[in-house]
Design a protein around this ligand. Structure first.
Ligand code: NAD
Length: 548
């Protein structure tokens, strides 16, 4: 029998030996912002800031020869650069996460919960700082960027409930025999993130990865890595040990390493269809768990009995907010009957009054698109759709900002196309821009069939004052997130993000109970501690136990 103290000492020595040495890296970089000091306007970076890589709780300057420019989408000036992490850096990040897992998984649940509480407090204290970097790199308005952080913060708050969520089940299955089922972490989890929610999407998984005892290798979008770097700093400040959270950068090479490395046991992906299908198919073939949230085409159906003003206010915000670059943005308005078709004029009036401009300008309602390619693509889709029979009733293509500073920005004003139907490009493709396509149908049943025939299933909304219509809608609509008089029905994180059909690949959704199940595996332990002596020692039984 070795004593507990000797055992602990031996374990500690083993852990120290297995700790990864960061011998390949030469220098560190500190972040440009602090909790109280962050950009409040667009800036000219004489020398663009080099985004660090985060390994073993250190901000490392990459040795890479390949750096990608990050532009301010409102001015198109280069404000920072992000590296294609080298193969040594990727190796070091995964090795750190693998090594840290051995220790982190044995932290008590209460200790991990207290770190999560501290992380929540730090997120609140740094909300404006994170929002500011989102405005600089992504372009959305400051209040919208605050919402980006808030929706991630709510996942972190829900993660603090982990002792309840991880509670084991146990049952006395026979006299003196107990079976207990616990859930255990998987190991290293890789996360690949999109550009449109630089804080929220990393936070859809990071807090749950941590509290469930897993470790993380995160690849933020190469277009907007700044917010994620602040999250890394806050993890360290919250008491997350070295190696538990690592952030790497780049494009395909980084994604391929995350997919292929056998030490990474599960992958969370949010982004477009092409990358998502590739990652899901390759990852699952290699035996990994993958959850992948993909593209969307979200419809809003309006019935003639709807409250007209409530509907008009809702549709403008949901279609044009964040410049339409939300996976839950309303991109198709389905008017049912002639009366609601006439309401589109009022929607257009409302949308025309929205102010397009800098995300730092408190009067702006929507900012620019992420890059010139997205602007060109949106314009091409509008043009092609018009050739296919659509009619433009609000045209945002010629938007020009009053201030010359923004003349090179990727701005597109709210645009509304009527006379759209399946087969028209604006209906068939995800535009990801402030473009609303209007489809008119005669009946509610036709509207439901239209939505159900669409390949995507992220979100859908109905505006009505009829309870029976709402009931019929909720029961018959084939879409994962359903709103009734709510245009963007994203559930809070005590539930899960439940997109379906072509908007999701996998079995278990992000966050909520499904998220925790995705990040853990069950183990059953059956024990027998007899309270009565064995009286039949010399009669071993070869038949199945009877559980009496
Ligand atoms: P994207 O697919 O271009 O990029 C997402 C991530 O995948 C990035 O980190 C990128 O580096 C990587 N990537 C891109 N192309 C790749 C490829 N060919 N192979 C491997 N990796 C690749 O997506 P995006 O433009 O950053 O984000 C917008 C998209 O994300 C939209 O389609 C939007 O609907 C979707 N999105 C979906 C949800 C959801 O919950 N369903 C949420 C947010 C965004």
């Amino acid at each position: 029998m070795i004593s507990r103290s000797i055992r602990l000492r031996v374990n500690k020595q083993l852990l120290q030996r297995s700790k990864v040495e960061l011998k390949n890296f030469k220098s560190t970089i500190s972040l440009t912002s602090t909790t109280t000091d962050y950009p409040t306007n667009h800036y000219d970076a004489k020398e663009p800031y080099l985004t660090p890589t985060f390994i073993n709780n250190k901000f490392i300057k990459s040795d890479s020869q390949t750096w990608f420019d990050i532009h301010d989408p409102a001015t198109n000036k280069v404000i920072s650069k992000v590296p294609q992490s080298t193969s040594e850096e990727l190796e070091e990040a995964i090795a750190s996460a693998q090594s840290a897992f051995e220790e982190w998984k044995d932290y008590s649940i209460i200790k991990r919960q207290s770190i999560a509480f501290r992380f929540v407090e730090l997120l609140k204290a740094n909300q404006k700082r994170i929002a500011a970097i989102i405005v600089s790199e992504q372009g959305k308005t400051f209040p919208d960027a605050m919402g980006d952080v808030l929706r991630g913060l709510q996942v972190a708050e829900a993660a603090c409930n982990i002792p309840n969520d991880m509670m084991a089940q146990s049952l006395e299955v026979a006299r003196d025999m107990e079976t207990k089922m616990v859930r255990e972490p998987l190991g290293v989890v890789g996360s690949i993130c999109p550009f449109n929610f630089p804080a929220m999407v990393p936070l859809w998984s990071l807090p749950l990865v941590l509290v469930t005892g897993n470790t993380a290798v995160i690849k933020p979008s190469e277009r907007v890595p700044g917010a994620a770097m602040i999250l890394a700093e806050l993890c360290e400040q919250a008491g997350v040990p070295p190696g538990v959270v690592n952030m790497v950068h780049g494009k395909h090479d980084t994604v391929n390493k995350i997919i292929e490395d056998p030490r990474i046991k599960a992958i969370t992906f949010v982004g477009g269809d092409k990358a998502g299908k590739y990652i899901y198919e390759k990852g699952t073939k290699l035996g990994k768990r993958v959850q992948a949230n993909l593209g969307a085409k979200n419809h809003l159906i309006v019935l003639p009995d709807a409250d007209k003003n409530q509907f008009i206010n809702a549709v403008s915000g949901a279609s044009f907010g964040a410049a339409g670059q939300r996976c839950m943005a309303i991109s198709v308005l389905v008017t049912v009957g002639k009366e609601t078709a006439a309401w589109v004029e009022d929607v257009a009036k409302d949308a025309a009054a929205l102010k397009v401009g800098s995300g730092f300008d408190s009067t702006s309602d929507l900012g620019p698109l992420i890059n010139p390619e997205s602007l060109t693509k949106a314009k091409e889709i509008i043009e092609d759709s018009v050739k296919q029979g659509a009619k433009i009733i609000l045209d945002g293509r010629n938007f020009k900002h009053d201030d010359a500073k923004f003349h090179k920005g990727n701005f597109l004003g709210p645009t509304i196309l009527t006379n759209v139907k399946p087969g028209v490009r604006a209906y068939d493709e995800e535009i990801f821009a402030p473009v609303l396509s209007v489809v008119n149908v005669d009946t509610f049943d036709e509207a439901i069939s239209l939505v159900n025939a669409n390949k995507y299933g992220n979100g859908v909304s109905l505006f009505t004052t009829s309870g029976p219509a709402a009931q019929k809608f909720a029961k018959n609509i084939a879409c994962g997130q359903v709103g009734v008089n709510v245009p963007i029905p994203v559930p809070l994180p005590m539930f899960s993000f439940t997109g379906n059909k072509g908007s999701f690949l996998g079995d278990l959704n992000f966050y909520g109970k499904a998220g925790i199940t995705f990040l853990t595996q069950p183990k059953t332990i059956t024990s027998l501690w007899k309270t009565t002596p064995f009286d039949d020692v010399l009669k071993p039984s070869t038949s199945m136990p009877t559980h009496d």
